[in-house]
Ligand binder design. Sequence first.
Ligand code: AHR
Length: 691
Amino acid sequence: MQTISGGPQRRGAVSIFLLLTAGPLMLAQNGNGVNLQIKADQITAKMPPTFHGLMTEEINYAFEGGLYAELIRNRNFKETVPARQNRQNPEQSRAAQEAKDLVHWSLVEERGGVGSMELDTATPLNNAVPASLKLTVSQAAGSQSVGAANEGFWGIPVRPETAYKAIFYAKASAGFSGAITLSIMSNDGTTVAAAAKIPKLSESWQKYQATLKTGNVKASAEYKFVLSTNRPGTIWFGFVSLFPPTYKNRVNGFRPDLMELLAAIKPQFLRFPGGNYLEGNTFETRFNWKNTIGPIEERPGHMDDAWGYWSSDGMGLLEYLGWCEDLNMEPVLAVFAGYSLRGQRARPGPELDLFVKEALEEIEYVTGDINTTWGARRARDGHPEPFQLRYVEIGNEDYFDREKGSYDARFTAFYDAIKAKYPNLLLINSAGFSANALTTRTPDVDDDHYYRGSDDMAAKANDYDGRRRNGPKVFVGEWATRVGSPTPNLDAAIADAANMAGLERNADLVMMHCYAPLFVNVNPGAMQWTTDLIGYNTMSAYGSPAYWAQHMFANHVGDSVLNIVASGIPYREWQQMPRRPPGLTLPTPMPTPVPEMFFSATRDTASGTTYVKIVNRSGKPQQVNVSVSGLTSIAPTGRTITLSSANISDTNSIVDPHKVEPVTADVTGLGTDFIQTVPANSITVLELSGK
Ligand code: AHR
C-alpha cells in the first residue's frame, strides 16, 4: 500500500507540504467541508484477530485493592512499608520496615477487654509466611472482647445481601476455650454488617472457613474486618483472607464491576505481567513467577519496588491466565529477560541461562500437558487443560538497556532457546524501534511504546501510514495520550481516537495494540501514574472518556479495512516547546502543522455493515462529504455513535462517572453520496449498511 498524502495548506501561505507516505490521501483545501471517499471494494488489510487488547501490571493498586478481589490487606503479615512512602520521616519508615510492623492491622479492645498484638517470628505458619500475628488476651469475659482488625484496602466494601467468604489459619495456646468471632464491623464500632463464629480452635495450625452474609445494610466502605474472642489466652493467626462474590464466581478471582467494564471493550488479548512490574528494580524484585503459583497461603508476596508497594502475589501467573479465560482473551506473556530497572543485567553464560530456563519453564507451565513437569504442576494448581499461547515478549522496554549489544545478546539467547523448543511461538522484541532493537535474530514482532500529549499524539497519529512494510509486524504494547488525572479527559480521548484511526488503517502492519496503564485506584495515595484508563475506589468504578474511545473502536470493527481518501482536512499549528537543558538557549522550532481530522473505515462482510470513524479535534462542527464506491447501494438509514462534550477538558470521575459517554442516534439521508456533519471536539462512528 503506497499512496501520496499531503500536509496542510497553511493559513496565509501558499505552500503545500507533500510527504511520501502510505495510507489515505489527505490534502488540505478550503471550501465546503472535508471530502471523504470510501473505496469499499479496496480492502487494504484484514482485521487481525487480536487487534484490541489490554495491557496490565501491578501499578496504581491495579490488583491489590483493585481487580484482585481479596479484601484483606497484608493477609500474611509480611508487608513492609517502603521508605519512599514516608519521605518526611525516612528513619521512622526504615525502622517500621525492619521491625516488620503489623501494617494495616490494629488491636480492638471492647467493653473492658484487654490484650496485645504483635508479630511473632517464632511461630510461623510455613516457610513462605515466616511470622504470625500473635493475639494475647489478658482480660476478656462476658461481653468483653479483644481482637485484631484489618482495615482492608481503603476500607472493606459492604453491600446488602452479600456473602463474604473468609479463610484463616490459626492455632491457640493450651487450654484456650474461646470461640473466634469474625465480623465485618463499622469503623466506629457501632454496626456489625455480618458475622460468623468458629466455636473452637486447635492447638496446632488449622485452616478455618466461614461465610459472612450481610442483610439489608447500607452499602459503604467504612468497615473493617475483625477476628476476636471473649476468653483469655493466646491465638496465632497465620494467614487471613476475605473475598466478596467474584466475577463468574472464580475462586481467588476478580472484582465484577471492573471485569464488566473490561468485557464491554471486547479485549482480544492481555499483555502481562508488565511493564516495569515484570522487571523490578533488581533481579530480586522481578516478577518471579514461581513465587506466584500454588496455594495463596504459600505465596510469600514481594515488594513491587517498580511502583512502591507490596504485592501479595495473589494475582499470580495462573490468575492472569484465568483472567484471560474469563474474558476470552489470548495471553501475551512477557518473560523476564535478565534486565531490571536499576540497570542490573545478566551476562551471557550461566547467569543468563538461569533466566532463559526460568522462561522455558514458565512457558511449559502455561502450555505443557500434564505429562510435563510444569504442566503437571499447573494441573496440581487446579488447571489440567493447557492454555493456548502464541506470543511471548522478551523483557519490557529494553531500549532502556543502553549497554551496547546487551539486549541483542539476551534476545538471541531467549530466541534460540524458545524457538528450539516452541518453534510456533511468535517472539516480540521489547526494544521496539530504538537503536537497541537491532537484534541479530529477526523478531516476529516489534513492540512500540509511546505516551504523548494530545497535540503530539495528533501530530504523529498518521505515522504508521509511512512505516516500512518489510520488517516485523508491530505491536503497540503501551500507548496513551496523557492529558487528565487520574483518568484522561475528552481532549485525550479524541487524540487517542486519532491514533486508533491510524492503527486501524494500518492493520496490515499493526497487529495488536493496548492502552496503558489500564487501572487506577483513585483513593488517596494509590496512584503512581497519572492518566489511566479506568478509575475506581473501594465501592465503584468508571470508564474515562478514553475508555469510551476504546469502547467505540473495539465494538465497531468488522473484518476488513477499507481504502479511504480524505481531502480538505483542517489543520492547526502546534508550537512544540523544546526541552532545554538549564542555561542553554535554543531557537524555538517552527510550529508543526497538525491535522484536526482523522478517519478510518472498516467493514463487516457478513452483516454488510461499514463502520466509518470520524475524529474531529477542531473546536467547530465539521461537514464531511462522504462518497462510497464499490457498493451497489447503501440503506438511507443508519446510526451514529458520538462521544463529545461542551469542553475538551470535560471528563468522568468517581463522583461524576457518566459525564462524557457515547450517544447513539439514528441518521437518515444516507446513500453512496451524502453529507455528515460531526460535532466540534468529537469522535463519531457512522454505521452504514449496504451491499
Ligand atoms: O505504563 C506505565 C509504565 O510505562 C510501564 O510500566 C512501562 O513499561 C512504561 O515505561
